[in-house]
Write a protein that binds this ligand. Structure first.
Ligand SMILES: [Zn+2]
Ligand SMILES: [Zn+2]
Ligand SMILES: [Zn+2]
Length: 89
């Protein structure tokens, strides 16, 4: 298990949406869930990059992939892969 000092203590909040909660009529490639508050946003391959915007706006640096079967996380501050975490889907 790779951790970092920014990773909040478990239990982590459940994803609070099924899709990017800030995409208004937009689309996305992949989803990331904020492990600090459960915010669901789209990845940096998506046009709006809402997960990265949420990190900057809320100062919540650690996300986990919300893609089926994926167990990796990411710290935006260190650009470092974390995990493995239990898959969320
Ligand atoms: Zn970190
Ligand atoms: Zn958050
Ligand atoms: Zn989005």
């Amino acid at each position: 298990m790779t951790k970092c000092s920014h990773l909040p203590a478990p239990p982590h909040p459940a994803p609070r949406a099924d899709g990017c909660e800030e995409a208004t009529g937009g689309w996305w490639v992949h989803l990331r869930v904020c492990l600090h508050c459960g915010h669901v946003g789209c990845c940096d391959s998506s046009p709006s990059r809402h997960a990265t915007k949420h990190f900057r706006a809320a100062d919540h640096p650690v996300v986990q992939s919300l893609e089926p079967g994926e167990t990796w996380g990411w710290c935006y501050i260190e650009s470092k892969e974390l995990g493995p975490f239990p898959a969320l889907r």
